[in-house]
Design a protein. Structure first.
Length: 58
């Protein structure tokens, strides 16, 4: 007996929607292992950037 059925419609997955708290916990733990652009304050480097020579900043 075949228990497989054809689906008449398939819904796409919204990868941005958290379905439970564990998803957020795992995401936060995994992203703490590398630098995310929004977590690195580049504005702190402006003063150092301005002291570089033209050769150094290109």
């Amino acid at each position: 007996m075949n228990t497989m059925q054809r689906l008449s419609r398939v819904d796409a997955i919204n990868w941005n929607r958290l379905q439970d708290d564990k998803d957020l916990e795992v995401w936060n733990r995994l992203t703490s292992n590398f630098w995310l652009p929004e977590k690195v304050p580049l504005s702190n480097d402006i003063q150092s950037w301005n002291t570089l020579t033209q050769q150094e900043n290109s």
